[in-house]
Design a protein around this ligand. Structure first.
Ligand code: MTE
Ligand code: MO
Length: 379
């Protein structure tokens, strides 16, 4: 018989850095831990077959929640807008919803998407490629509310605070991110209260979140409670965390807009355990989606031989939705044997995706071309 005792750690007063896992890089061949499994189960990805929908159906959009989903009562919720403004405001939900609204279709992607594919793997939420989703977000342009409050001369940054609270690498915090004043005044930036025409789900930031089209997910602060205008640069924990760097000694390059990416809807049918794909010989329509928060996507190239030769895919028009993914398709005459299907997006400024993305310490912005091994049966 085994007797379980509480770790003696908790019998004494402890400091937060003793219970907070330090940021780590996995050893060679080190498997995903139960802690990473726990994160992966809470923060699920979008099943890639959901790319058949222009708008990701409810429950299939990916999720990333650093701490707990806070319980927010919409009757008592309000948003505080203060700091370096002429008229500080407190806005309740009914008042916000009564203001002129806009709807923006936007593809959101986590900056850590692709992390688990890096070698060695930075230990964190172990995304493969599925941390993405597209929704129509409705809300009030942040610009209108900032203008109503009157941003004072000398304003530098706007800080957004969520109702969620936690500890990360020993630092206790409310989730906070910033935009510069110029970025915050972009008319596409919304205080969003609806997703695909319905109130936000608790996990997506109910009742109000920030929506910054074209930027990686972390900037889109959920469960918003406060917008504060500062006369200096904000350098909070989440600003310092989301950077591309080789070692934690460097400040690194801040992560902002979404790098170009094309994903393939896995063709044929899957094997349960490995998710390896199976097709029959003949014409197979390869299709997927492509997006970029930098320059617009202008083309998608497809390879069925693991990246040795490429063909241009047909790219559907963007339909006026600059910030949403675009559908692409390509006909493939599959022949019996093993194949590797891969795709890469090309943008208006000539940027394309690498076959292998450069490694970085946080495991961010890995936009290496998506590769799917496919077995074509004899007939
Ligand atoms: N308040 C708060 N906002 C947050 C987060 C969070 O943990 N707390 N996670 C961020 C990250 S890292 C991402 S990728 C997106 C995910 O949004 P989604 O779960 O609606 O897809 O929310 C961002 N906004
Ligand atoms: Mo994220």
């Amino acid at each position: 018989m085994s007797i379980h005792v509480c770790s003696p750690l908790y019998a004494h007063a402890v400091s937060l850095d003793q219970i907070s896992t330090p940021s780590r890089v996995a050893g060679v061949d080190e498997g995903v831990s139960t802690a990473e499994l726990g994160l992966a189960a809470r923060n699920h990805g979008m099943p890639l077959e959901a790319m058949r929908y222009d708008l990701t159906p409810p429950g299939l959009h990916y999720l990333l929640i650093h701490y707990d989903i806070p319980f927010v009562d919409p009757a008592t919720w309000s948003l505080r807008l203060d700091g370096l403004v002429d008229r500080p405001l407190t806005i309740d939900l009914d008042t916000l919803k009564a203001l002129p609204a806009r709807t923006v279709r936007s593809t959101m992607e986590c900056a850590g998407n692709g992390r688990a594919r890096l070698e060695p793997r930075p230990v964190s939420q172990p995304w493969l490629v599925e941390a993405v989703g597209t929704a129509e977000w409705t809300g009030v342009p942040l610009r209108d509310v900032l203008t109503a409050a009157g941003v004072s001369a000398g304003a530098v940054d706007v800080v957004f605070t969520g109702a969620d609270h936690g500890v990360e690498r020993g630092v206790e915090q409310d989730y906070q991110r910033k935009l510069t004043v110029a970025e915050a005044l972009d008319p596409d930036v919304l205080l969003a209260y609806a997703m695909n025409g319905a109130p936000l789900a608790p996990q997506h930031g109910f009742p109000v979140r920030l929506l910054v089209p074209g930027w990686y997910g972390m900037t889109n602060v959920k469960w918003l409670t406060r917008v504060e205008v500062l006369d200096h640069e904000f350098n909070g924990f989440q600003q310092k965390a989301y950077v591309v760097r080789q070692s934690t000694d460097e400040p690194g390059e801040p992560i902002t807009r979404i790098a170009p990416r094309a994903l393939v809807i896995p063709p044929g049918f899957p094997d349960f355990m490995t998710r390896g794909r199976v097709v029959r010989p003949g014409l197979v329509t390869l299709e997927g989606r492509a997006w970029s928060g930098r320059a617009p996507v202008t083309g998608v190239e497809v390879s069925v031989d693991g990246g040795s030769t490429w063909s241009s895919a047909a790219l559907a028009p963007d339909g006026g939705h600059r910030w949403a993914w675009r559908r692409w398709s390509h006909e493939w005459l599959a022949t019996p044997g093993a194949h590797v299907v891969t795709a890469r997006a090309v943008t208006a400024d000539g940027e394309t995706q690498p076959v292998e993305a450069p490694w970085n310490r946080g495991g961010f912005v890995n936009n290496a071309a998506h590769q799917i091994p496919v077995t074509c049966l004899e007939a």
